[in-house]
Design a protein around this ligand. Sequence first.
Ligand code: NDP
Length: 362
Amino acid sequence: MTATATAKGPGNPRKVIQGPAPQAARLRTRSVVEKTAVVREDRAIGAAAGRRTRQAYERPPALATFPRSVETNTLVSNSSLQELLCCFGQPVAGNPTQYMMEKAFAAAGLDWRYLTCEVSPENLGDAMRGIKAMGFYGGNITLPHKVAVIEYLDGLSKAAELMGAVNCIHCEDADDGSRRYLGENTDGKGFVESLRTVTEPEGKQIVVLGAGGAARAIAVELGLSGAAEITIVNRDPGRGQDLADLLGQRVKISSMFLPWTGDYEVPEGVEVVINATSIGLGDAEAQVPLALDSLRSEMVVADVIFNPAETWLLREAKDRGCTTLDGLGMLVNQAVIGFRTWSGIDPDAAVMREALEEYLEI
Ligand code: NDP
């Protein structure tokens, strides 16, 4: 029997995912007897199909060579040792990354596993020691651990060090056999990759609304990418000024802070406006306090909100002829960068976006 590893496509009769639930969650709902039968069947398929081991990421195997359960259409590995990745956060249920990653692993022919783990702040140290002891290859770190995780790492990228926050861990193997775990921040890079699909950040006058984690990551990466000037507009003056100071003093670009009171009027000359606040999350009608008449058709207007993908701000900006960018692109891109960092392979971004939309039921 030949197994197929085709991971997507409505025309695929063996489509991996039939509903929005992650495959691991669906398998968990099966009885032990059913699961055992699935594993037995997959072992039989696997014997013919060949084995995937750690070298898979160095030499990506061809598609359709590792076993897939015929009964469930889910991937069940017959490998005794797989590359492992994780996502630590709390609360983390509902995080779409595992779903995106496992679809992308399958599309790339990688028999890897990605585990989403609920980790409390008091257990973060043990969890980090755990992944090191078990040789995890890396993973993602989400709220509330993005800052606290730094003390358990052996080094940081320049962006992560400037932002003081990590959302992606990867490792390096030294000649003596030891592993160094390194922290990266891919949120801002994901945004900049998204922006580059419509305009280059170099030399641009940019307004960032917000000064939280997302705004910090975006502003620092835009600064590192050569933006000419960044204005931070935020409700809390302490956070806003702090970010503007970071940009001026450490990223060495022209920056200023404006306290957000009333409807913000975008000044002449601004080329890119980014909503990096949480306004609009889960609410397509939530209004960002902006003087809409100050949006001009030559501007790019971006939103970090990915659910809903079309926010009130993006609708209003589109009506005024602006070029718009939704938060889904940033989310997919940061996952693409993580995948590439871990594997050295460019994943299929379209598979990841499709998985994300499927998971979020967009
Ligand atoms: P934080 O809590 O760190 O920051 C929230 C920001 O929103 C602060 O600047 C806060 O201002 C501002 N804010 C919230 N409500 C209002 C309001 N009513 N009026 C004005 N400002 C407001 O969150 P994050 O930065 O981590 O996340 C922000 C959003 O970005 C979230 O919705 C998250 O889902 C999204 N996100 C998207 C990503 C993607 O890949 N697309 C990646 C990461 C995050 P103040 O400081 O004054 O409180």
